[in-house]
Design a binder for this molecule. Structure first.
Ligand code: SAM
Ligand code: SF4
Ligand code: SF4
Length: 340
C-alpha cells in the first residue's frame, strides 16, 4: 500500500534507532557526560523491531537505516541485521556508526546481510578527535574503516559534520582520505537539533562556503544529476572522484522527505524536529494486531505536514531547538535519541 502525506510525500525510508546510548560525546550531538537515558524495560526487543519493520514495509518503506546513539553498542546487533536482511520487501539495509566497535563486528555484520555502511568521521587528527568527542579512540575508528573494507563492504560513506573553526580546514584532506578508501565523504552542515550542543549560526559552514573552498583547490565541481530523495547533493571533481553535501541547515530538502523515524523505545516521529511522537511500543505491547498498527501509522503519515528544517530557516532568531530543562523532561528531544 502506498501512503502519501499532506504534501504528497510517500513513505519510503525508515531510520531505526536501536539504542540511545553512545561511547562518544561529540560536541555537536551529546556533549554532556550523563543524560536521562531511556528506561531499559522500554527498549524494543528485536522481535518487536522486526514486526514494526514489516508494518512499515507494508506501507511502502523499502529502505531501512539502523542508527542510535551508537548502534554497535546494542548487544547482538548482527542478529537484528540478520532478521531484517531476510525481508524481501527491503531493497536497502544500511547502518550509520561512529566506527569504534566496527573492527570487531564488521565480519558478523557482513555475514548477517548488512548492505551498506556509513562511518562518521569528523577529523583525521587524533588530538582534534579527542577534543571533539571526549574520547581518545581515533585509531579504532580508522581500524574499523579498514576492517569494513577487508570484509567486503563497498561504497563506504564517511559522514563529517563540518564546524566553523573546528574542522573546516580538513575538507580536502577528508576528500582525499575517502578516495584512498574507495569511499565517498559527505559533509554535513551543523544542525540546531537537540539542545546542549551550543549551536549557533556562526558555527555552521554552509554548503555554498564548502563548495567555494573545494572549488578553489580542485577546480570546477560538476553536480551529479540523480533522481533520488537522498539528502546529499553529490558533486564530481574534475578527476572523477565524488563527494556529497548534506545542507540540512541552509538548504533543507523537506519537500521530498520520505523518512519516518522510530526511537529505541518505539516512539514514532514524522520529522527530526517534531515536538511530539507517537508511542508504538504501547500499541505493540497491548497486543494490537499488525493491521491495527499499520492503520495507526498510515493515518499519522496521511496527516503529516512536517517540514521542520524549512521552518527553522524562516526563524529570525535561531538557537538550539530545545532548552536544557526540556531535555531533562523528555530525552526524546535529543539527536542521539532520534537517531540523527
Ligand atoms: N553514533 C552514530 C554515528 O555517529 O554515526 C549514529 C548516530 S548519529 C546521531 C548519526 C549522525 O548524526 C552522525 O553522522 C552525526 O555526525 C550526525 N549528527 C549528530 N549531531 C548532529 C548535528 N548537530 N548536526 C549535524 N549532524 C549531526
Ligand atoms: Fe554518539 Fe553519534 Fe552522537 Fe557522536 S554523533 S555522540 S557518535 S550518537
Ligand atoms: Fe524531513 Fe523533517 Fe528533516 Fe525536513 S526537517 S528533511 S521534514 S526530517
Amino acid at each position: 500500500m502506498k501512503v502519501l502525506d499532506s504534501h504528497d510525500r510517500p513513505m519510503r525510508s525508515l531510520r531505526l534507532s536501536v539504542t540511545d546510548r553512545c561511547n562518544l560525546r561529540c560536541q555537536y550531538c551529546m556533549p554532556e557526560e550523563n543524560y536521562v537515558w531511556l528506561p531499559r524495560a522500554d527498549i524494543l526487543h528485536f522481535e518487536e523491531i522486526s514486526t514494526l519493520v514489516d508494518v512499515f514495509a507494508g506501507l511502502g518503506v523499502d529502505k531501512v537505516r539502523l542508527t542510535g546513539g551508537e548502534p554497535l553498542a546494542r548487544r547482538e546487533l548482527p542478529k537484528l541485521v540478520e532478521m531484517l536482511a531476510r525481508k524481501p520487501a527491503l531493497a536497502d539495509l544500511a547502518l550509520t556508526t561512529n566506527g569504534i566497535l566496527l573492527a570487531a563486528q564488521a565480519g558478523d555484520l557482513k555475514r548477517a546481510g548488512l548492505g551498506r555502511l556509513t562511518v562518521s568521521l569528523d577529523t583525521l587528527d587524533p588530538a582534534r578527535f579527542r577534543d571533539l568527542s571526549k574520547r581518545d579512540v581515533h585509531s579504532q575508528v580508522l581500524e574499523g574503516i579498514d576492517a569494513a573494507l577487508a570484509v567486503g563492504f563497498q561504497g563506504l560513506k564517511i559522514d563529517t559534520v563540518v564546524m566553523q573553526g573546528v574542522n573546516d580546514d580538513e575538507l580536502i584532506a577528508l576528500v582525499e582520505f575517502a578516495r584512498s578508501k574507495r569511499a565517498e565523504v559527505r559533509f554535513i552542515e551543523y544542525m540546531d537539533v537537540g539542545g546542549a550542543t551550543g549551536w549557533s549560526m556562526e558555527r555552521v559552514v554552509t554548503r555554498v562556503e564548502m563548495l567555494q573552498r573545494l572549488a578553489r583547490h580542485y577546480g570546477k565541481l560538476e553536480p551529479v544529476e540523480e533522481q533520488s530523495s537522498a539528502p546529499a547533493a553529490r558533486y564530481r571533481l574534475p578527476d572523477g572522484a565524488t563527494f556529497g553535501i548534506i545542507s540540512s541547515t541552509t538548504q533543507p530538502f523537506c519537500s521530498t522527505c520520505d523518512r519516518s523515524r522510530v526511537t529505541a523505545d518505539g516512539v514514532y516521529y514524522l520529522c527530526l524536529y517534531a515536538r511530539q511522537g507517537f508511542d508504538l511500543r504501547g500499541l505493540l505491547r497491548s497486543g494490537a494486531s499488525a493491521t491495527e498498527i499499520a492503520e495507526t501509522i498510515a493515518s499519522l503519515w496521511r496527516a503529516r505536514a512536517d517540514r521542520g528544517a524549512e521552518q527553522r530557516l524562516e526563524l529570525r532568531q535561531r538557537s538550539a531547538l530545545a532548552r536544557p530543562g526540556e531535555l531533562r523532561q523528555d530525552p526524546h528531544v535529543e539527536m542521539h535519541t532520534r537517531g540523527g
